[in-house]
Design a protein around this ligand. Structure first.
Ligand code: HEC
Length: 140
């Protein structure tokens, strides 16, 4: 409940000191992975929510995932709260489920911003919103 309240108040990735920081790195641009490795890791990510044919690529991708992605997305790719990294196994995509989109996300990164509402909503409204989100299951 408090975490939701703070998130709405300060947003994610704004300049505020208390802001939640989270950024999806650019693995190709920053030369952390090769094109082939990114293809494998995309196959692995897709295999978590649908059947894939190239199981050799999925296996290779899983190794790269453990080394490069699990720190934020979690060992089982179910997402990490600390870094704002989404669950990759639930077939819910911010950017779309096409392989091209996933390749682009991994290659060039993403930097979506959750805006801060502290200057736009009063405290009572933020608290009510936090309660509402909590009631939807956001607080677990
Ligand atoms: C430093 C933490 C961090 C690391 C490391 C990281 N990610 Fe992410 N990832 C994020 C965040 C944060 C987002 C959400 C970005 C946004 O909201 O714009 C994200 C988003 C994504 C998405 C988009 C999900 C969707 O719903 O559309 C995919 C796919 C993804 N990451 C895959 C990977 C893969 C594969 C790796 C390893 C090669 C990786 N990530 C490494 C933090 C990370």
């Amino acid at each position: 409940m408090d975490a939701i309240y703070e998130t709405i108040k300060y947003g994610i990735r704004s300049d505020h000191d208390d802001t939640r920081i989270g950024e999806m790195p650019a693995f190709l641009t920053d030369e952390m992975l090769t094109k082939e490795q990114i293809n494998d890791v995309a196959e692995y990510v897709l295999s978590l929510s649908e059947e894939r044919e190239d199981m050799a690529a999925v296996d290779r991708g899983q190794e790269d995932f453990m080394e490069n992605c699990a720190s934020c997305h979690g060992d089982k790719a179910k997402g990490g709260r600390d870094f704002g990294a989404p669950n990759l196994t639930d077939a819910i995509w911010f950017y779309g489920k096409d392989k091209d989109i996933i390749l682009r996300t991994i290659s060039r990164g993403r930097n979506n911003v959750m805006p801060a509402w502290i200057d736009r909503l009063d405290d009572t409204t933020i608290r009510q919103l936090a309660l509402y989100v909590h009631s939807l299951g956001g607080g677990e």
